[in-house]
Design a protein around this ligand. Sequence first.
Ligand code: NAP
Length: 258
Amino acid sequence: MLSLCIVDFNRHNAMNPLTGFSRKRASLLAIFLITVGLTGSSLANAETIAVIGTGDVARALGPEFAALGHRIVYGSRDPSQQKVIDLVAKTGHGASATTPAEAADLATIVVIAVPGMVVEAVTRGLGDLSGKIIIDPTNPLGRDDNGFFIHRVATSNAEIIQAAAPGAFVVKAFNTLDWRTMIDPELAGGPLTIPLVGDNESAKATVASLASAMGFETIDLGPLRHARYVEGMLILWINNRFVGGEPFDYHLRKTRAE
Ligand SMILES: NC(=O)c1ccc[n+]([C@@H]2O[C@H](COP(=O)([O-])OP(=O)(O)OC[C@H]3O[C@@H](n4cnc5c(N)ncnc54)[C@H](OP(=O)(O)O)[C@@H]3O)[C@@H](O)[C@H]2O)c1
C-alpha cells in the first residue's frame, strides 16, 4: 500500500543548515552497506554504468553513482566537448566518456538520459543490449496549442525503449524527480519514495538497491505497461510549476504499518 504526500513546493527548496555534504555521504554509505547486506544484490560489486547523454540528469546521476563506487562511462554524441570533459573530471572514480554505443557495450547498466522524444533512435543506436539493465528516467514531453505540457507518445517511453531493445531489462526510475532532488533527496523535506516499474523483478531489485544507496526509498508499481502513468505524474507536476497554477511537489510514500 502507498499514499500520496502533497507538500508545499517552496518549503522544499529551503536549504537545511543541518544537512552537510559529508554527513549525507556518510548516511548514504551506511544505507548502501545495509541495503547490499540485506539484498545480496550484485551491486555489492562495482558495476560499469553507461550514462547516455551529458545533460542535467546525466550530471546528477553519474557523479552520484560514481560516489557509490561504480565506474561511469558517459555516452556522448561528441565526447570531446568541454562540458563532457568537465563532467568526467567531476565524476572521478575512473569515469570516462566515449560514443553512446561503445559506452553501452562496456556497461552492465545503461541509463538513457536523453531528450524524451529521441529515445527510440538513441536506443537502437546502442547496439545489442541483451542482458543489460536499462534505467529510463525520460519523459516524452511536448506542448499543446495552449502551451501546456503533454505526454506525446501512445504508450510510454519505457515501452518504446523495451521494444527497441527486446533482450534488455528496462526499469522506469527517477523520471518523477527534478535533477536537483536526485542529488539531494533531502530537498523533498522528508523520506522520499520513487516509483519503479518494469517486467523483470531482478532488474527492479538492482535499481531499487542503487536508489536506496542514494538515499531514496522505492516502491514497485508493477509491470512496464504502468510506465505511462508514472510518466503522467510528471505531466501534472510540470504544468503547475512552469505553465501556471500553484507550484507543488508530490512524492509517493509507503504506508507504514500501524
Ligand atoms: N532535467 C530534469 O530535472 C529531469 C528530471 C527527470 C527526468 N528528466 C528527463 O530525463 C531526460 C534527460 O533530461 P535532461 O534534463 O538531462 O536533458 P538535457 O539537459 O537536454 O540533456 C540531454 C542530453 O542528451 C544528449 N542529447 C541531446 N539531444 C540529443 C539527440 N537528439 N540525440 C541524442 N542525444 C541527445 C545530450 O548529450 P550529448 O551532447 O553529450 O550527446 C544532452 O546533454 C529527458 O527525457 C527529461 O524529460 C529530466
